[in-house]
Design a protein around this ligand. Structure first.
Ligand code: ATP
Ligand SMILES: Nc1ccn([C@@H]2O[C@H](COP(=O)(O)O)[C@@H](O)[C@H]2O)c(=O)n1
Length: 636
C-alpha cells in the first residue's frame, strides 16, 4: 500500500481517488472548495455528459490536442470501462443522441453523490477547504505536499488533478500549472476552448438568440481551411456560438488567437450555386412587384432578413423585378458564404474547457507520471489534452485518472487475487481452501472477520441497535488474521478467538451487523491489505464487487437452498452436532435475504464473475472448474 495525495476534488481527482483506494492505497484527497465536484455539477447544463458510447476510433478521433498521448490510457480504461464503473457504483446511466451518456436522472449531482458515496466506502480521507501551496520534492522524487496552512503531508506519490482555467468560480484557477512549472514542467499556453467567438462585425447582436440549423460552417485563414462542418449555430450579443462554433473554437483556437480567421456560413448547403440561383429567380418572379426586403420570407428566418438585406448592398425598398442579374448573383454568393471575421475567442469564464496545460512531452502516456519528477502524476484538464464536446473531455479525465491511480499498483508487487462470493453454505470456504492449497495461495475467509467482530460485540455486551456503542466498539477492536500450519486464525486484540467463530449466536450476529456501514468500513481496509502482497483466494459476499474489484478471477458460487441446507445438515451430523434440516433451511434463506438486500455491498454477482452452480457438481469438480478459470485468465 502506498500513501497517495491527490490535489483537486473534481472529476479526475475523485475518480483517481476511487481507483487508488480500490487498489488498496491510502488516499488523501485535497480540495480547496467547500465541496467536491463543483465544476462537474454544472457540466452539460447540470446534466453531466459523462462520456460518449462511441467506438475506440471515434473516441480517439474526438481528441483535438495530442490525441496520440491518449492512446494508452483510452485503451487501458476507455468509455465502456467508465460506463461499467459508474453502473457498478450504483449510478444508472442512459445513452442519448450522438452516443452521449448521461445519468438516467439527468442530474449531475447524482454522479457526484455516487462518487462521494464510493469514496467514503473506500475510506478515502477527504480534506475540504484545504488549499495546497506546493509539491514537496526531494532528490527528484515527490515526497509530499505542503498546505497553505503550513502543514507538511508526507506521501509516496502525488496526483495533480487541479483542472484548467475555465469556470474559475468553480475553483479552476490554474494552481496545478504553477506547481508543475515549479518542478520544471513546460506549460503549453492556455487558451479557452469549446467557447463562443467574438466577431469584428456587430450585426450578430441584432439577431442575438437566433439559432440556425443545418447550415455549413467554413472556418478559414488566408484561404487555408481550418474546419468545415454542417450543423447548428447561434448568434450572440458579441458574435456566434452553438455546437458548430464550439467545435470550431476547439479545432481552430490557436489560429484564432493569431487573428485573421474568417467564418463563412452557407445558409443553404443543400443547394448548389446553380440551384440556388434558380430558386432566387423563382422567388423573385413570384414576388416581382414587392420590395426586396419583403420577398425573403421563404428563404430565411424573419429575424435574419434585415441583416441579409443590409449585407447585400441592395436597397431594401427596391422593387424585386428591378434587381439586376449581377445583384442577384452577388446575393446568392452571400447566402452561400455569409462572412464574419473573428475578433477573439470568448473568455475562460464561459469556456467549457482549457486548451493547453502541462506539456504531454514530459509525461508518460501509460502512467501519467512526470518524466521529470518521480512519483508526481497528472490527471484531467491540467494536461495539454482536450477534445470536442460530447462527453469526450470527461472521458479524458476518467481515463487519465485511471492510468495515474492504477499505475501506483505497479510500484509494489501485487498478489494474484481470486474472489469467490456466494450465499451461505454454497461451499465457498470448502472450495476456496482447496483451490488455495492447489495453487499454493493464501486462503482468506472474510466471513471469519465479520464473525470476529461479532465475538467482540458479544464480549463487550454491545447492544447491536446502539450505533454509538457499535462505533466505539469498532474503534476498540483490532482484528488480525494469522496462519498456523496454513490454517487461518482470527485474533481479536491479540487473542486467538478462532474456536468461538462457529457458534450459532456468533454467526447470526455477524450476519446482522455486517449490514452496518461502520462494520463494513472497519473491515474493508483489513481485507484489502491482506490481499495486497500475497496471492490470495478470498471468499465472502462482496469480494468481487467491492473488496477486490480488480481480482484476476471472480467466481459466484451458488447452489439451491435445499442442497445447501442438506449439505450443512450432513456436515453438522458428521461433526456429531444436533441439527434440524427445516431450521437450517429457514436460517439460510433468512441470511441470503439479509445479505442480498442490505444497502451497502450487498451479495450479488459481479458483472465479470463466472457463475458456478454447484448443486449437481462434486467438490473436486468445482475446484477443477475454478483452477481452469485461473489458468485461462493467466493465459496458461
Ligand atoms: N459441491 C459440493 N458437493 C457436496 N458438498 C459440498 C459441495 N460444496 C460444499 N459442500 C459441503 O457444503 C457444506 C457447506 O460448505 P461451506 O461451509 O464451505 O460453505 P460456505 O459457502 O463457506 O458457507 P458460509 O458462507 O455459511 O460460511 C460443507 O459441509 C461442504 O463440505
Ligand atoms: N465478505 C463478507 C463475508 C461475510 N459477510 C457476512 O458475515 C456473515 C458470516 O459469514 P460466513 O461466510 O462465515 O457465514 C455472513 O452471514 C455475511 O452476512 C459479509 O457480509 N461479507
Amino acid at each position: 500500500m502506498s500513501r497517495i495525495v491527490i490535489v483537486g476534488g473534481g472529476a479526475a481527482g475523485m475518480y483517481a481517488a476511487l481507483i487508488g483506494a480500490e487498489k488498496g492505497h491510502q488516499i488523501d484527497l485535497y480540495e480547496k472548495n467547500e465541496k467536491l465536484g463543483k465544476k462537474l455539477y454544472i457540466t452539460g447544463k447540470g446534466r453531466c455528459n459523462l462520456t460518449n458510447a462511441c467506438d475506440r476510433e471515434t473516441l480517439l478521433g474526438s481528441v483535438i490536442s495530442n490525441p496520440r498521448f491518449m492512446y494508452s490510457s483510452f485503451y487501458g480504461h476507455g468509455n465502456q470501462d467508465t460506463m461499467a464503473l459508474f453502473e457498478r457504483i450504483g449510478l444508472s446511466i442512459k445513452t442519448e443522441r450522438g452516443n452521449r451518456v448521461f445519468p438516467a436522472s439527468d442530474k449531475s449531482s447524482d454522479v457526484i453523490k455516487a462518487l462521494e458515496r464510493e469514496l467514503k466506502k473506500n475510506q478515502v480521507r477527504i480534506h475540504l477547504n484545504t488549499e495546497i501551496r506546493e509539491i514537496v520534492v526531494k532528490e527528484g522524487r515527490c515526497v509530499g505536499i505542503r498546505t497553505a496552512g503550513g502543514e507538511n503531508v508526507p506521501a509516496d506519490a502525488c496526483i495533480l488533478a487541479t483542472g484548467g482555467l475555465s469556470y474559475r468560480t468553480t475553483g479552476s484557477t490554474g494552481d496545478g500549472y504553477r506547481f508543475a512549472k515549479a518542478q520544471g514542467h513546460s506549460i503549453v499556453e492556455c487558451i479557452p476552448s469549446l467557447v463562443s467567438l467574438e466577431t469584428e462585425e456587430d450585426w450578430p447582436a441584432k439577431v442575438q438568440g437566433l439559432s440556425l440549423k443545418n447550415v455549413e460552417l467554413l472556418v478559414q485563414k488566408k484561404n487555408r481551411i481550418l474546419y468545415r462542418e454542417t450543423g447548428e449555430m447561434l448568434f450572440t450579443d458579441r458574435g456566434v456560438s452553438g455546437p458548430l462554433i464550439l467545435t470550431a473554437s476547439s479545432v481552430a483556437g490557436r489560429d484564432i488567437m493569431q487573428k485573421e480567421v474568417e467564418l463563412l456560413i452557407d445558409l443553404k448547403p443543400a443547394l448548389t450555386h446553380k440551384q440556388l440561383d434558380k430558386r432566387l429567380i423563382r422567388e423573385f418572379e413570384e414576388q416581382k412587384n414587392r420590395q426586396f426586403k419583403n420577398c425573403l420570407g421563404n428563404l430565411f428566418p424573419n429575424k435574419l432578413i434585415p441583416v441579409m438585406v443590409e449585407q447585400s448592398g441592395i436597397a431594401p425598398e427596391k422593387q424585386v423585378n428591378l434587381i439586376t442579374k449581377e445583384e442577384r448573383k452577388r446575393f446568392a454568393e452571400q447566402i452561400k458564404a455569409l462572412c464574419l471575421h473573428v475578433k477573439q475567442l470568448g473568455g475562460f469564464k464561459e469556456a467549457v474547457i482549457t486548451k493547453g496545460g502541462v506539456s504531454t512531452r514530459e509525461v508518460d502516456p501509460k502512467t501519467m507520471e512526470s518524466k521529470l519528477v518521480e512519483g508526481l502524476y497528472f490527471a484531467g484538464e491540467i494536461l495539454d489534452v482536450d477534445a470536442v464536446t460530447g462527453g469526450f473531455n470527461l472521458q479524458i479525465a476518467w481515463s487519465t485518472a485511471y492510468a495515474a491511480a492504477s499505475h501506483m499498483k505497479q510500484e509494489e508487487k501485487m498478489g494474484y487475487q481470486i474472489a469467490i462470493d456466494g450465499p451461505a453454505g454454497a461451499g465457498k470456504s470448502t472450495i476456496a481452501k482447496l483451490v488455495a492449497e492447489k495453487l499454493d495461495f493464501v486462503y482468506v475467509d472474510t466471513g471469519a472477520l465479520y464473525r470476529g467482530l461479532a465475538v467482540h460485540f458479544l464480549k463487550e455486551g454491545i447492544d447491536e441497535t446502539d450505533e454509538t456503542a457499535l462505533t466505539k466498539a469498532c474503534e476498540k477492536a483490532r482484528i488480525d488474521l494469522a496462519y498456523e500450519n496454513g490454517i487461518q486464525q482470527v485474533l481479536l486484540n491479540g487473542e486467538n478467538i478462532t474456536s468461538l467463530l462457529r457458534e450459532e449466536r456468533v454467526g447470526n450476529l455477524a450476519s446482522r451487523v455486517s449490514a452496518l456501514q461502520v462494520v463494513r468500513e472497519k473491515l474493508l481496509q483489513t481485507q484489502r491489505e491482506i490481499a495486497q502482497k500475497k496471492n490470495v483466494v478470498m471468499d465472502g459476499r462482496d469480494i468481487g464487487t467491492c473488496v477486490l474489484p480488480e481480482a484476476g478471477v471472480k467466481i459466484f458460487l451458488t447452489a439451491s437452498v435445499e442442497t445447501r441446507a442438506k449439505r450443512r445438515y450432513e456436515q453438522l451430523t458428521r461433526e456429531g452436532k444436533q441439527a434440524d434440516l427445516k431450521k437450517i433451511e429457514a436460517d439460510i434463506q433468512e441470511r441470503d435475504h439479509r445479505d442480498s438486500h442490505r444497502e451497502i455491498a450487498p451479495l450479488k454477482q459481479a458483472k465479470d464473475a463466472v457463475l458456478l452452480d454447484s448443486s449437481d457438481l462434486t467438490i473436486p469438480q468445482v475446484v477443477e472448474r475454478i483452477i481452469r478459470e485461473k489458468e485461462n485468465a493467466s493465459g496458461n
